[in-house]
Design a protein around this ligand. Structure first.
Ligand code: AMP
Length: 213
């Protein structure tokens, strides 16, 4: 099964992606994670991407398309695209890339969450820099301050989870990413999901839709 997960920042793509990977044995292609790794390793792509990410802007399409094309060419099982495509141009390039690699998409899952809820989730979000586990300062605090419950790693705030940048990222989603929903609407594989419920409830809804599609 090959899936695309779409949603504004803070809509739960990471959490639902993890559930989906476990249930359906998929490989995750998270462009945000790939870029953060490239920035941390100071690769050429990382050096180019950093300023865009810090400003809450999208990294140019040609860079993203190349990264994802390479990943699609090196897959061993079904995949979930998390955070890609984010523009109509990326969606078109993805179609070309999928054809080239003999792949198709089975479902596009869109997580819908109101802006106010996103800001609350993201300003309080903290992430383990070792295993990537997510926490929230009020709704899911770690047992020990600053330490990950899962692996004991350090928990930090992402540099783009500051309120001003968060608002810019949400605006970018509305203007540049939301149009891809219409791009996929005609394909009949689009599932709009209410992302403001408990994570397990959202996942049951997604799984039901995938299994009855
Ligand atoms: P994320 O972790 O998905 O929220 O991504 C973090 C940041 O990485 C975004 O705010 C963008 O600057 C950049 N990014 C991730 N995926 C893409 C993409 N598909 N196209 C352009 N920029 C991206």
């Amino acid at each position: 099964m090959n899936l695309i997960l779409v949603g504004p920042p803070g809509s739960g793509k990471g959490t639902q992606g993890t559930f989906l990977i476990e249930r359906y044995d998929l490989e995750r292609i998270s462009t945000g994670d790939l870029l953060r790794k490239a920035v941390a390793e100071r690769t050429a792509v990382g050096m180019k991407a950093r300023a865009y990410m810090d400003n809450g802007e999208l990294v140019p399409d040609h860079i993203m398309v190349e990264i994802v094309d390479q990943k699609l060419g090196a897959l061993h099982k079904g995949f979930i695209l998390d955070g890609f495509p984010r523009t109509i141009e990326q969606a078109r390039a993805l179609d070309r890339s999928l054809t080239k690699h003999g792949q198709t998409i089975d479902a596009v899952i869109v997580l819908a969450v109101n802006d106010g809820v996103l800001v609350h989730r993201l300003t309080g979000r903290r992430v383990c820099d070792q295993c990537g586990e997510n926490f929230h300062i009020t709704t899911k605090p770690p047992r020990e301050d600053g330490k990950c419950d899962q692996c004991g790693g350090d928990i930090r705030q992402r540099s783009d989870d500051k309120e001003g940048v968060i608002r810019d990222r949400i605006t970018v989603y509305h203007h540049q990413t939301k149009p891809i929903i219409d791009f996929y609407r005609a394909s009949g594989i689009l599932h709009l999901i209410d992302g403001e419920r408990a994570a397990n409830e959202i996942f049951s809804d997604i799984a039901r839709k995938l299994e009855t599609a």
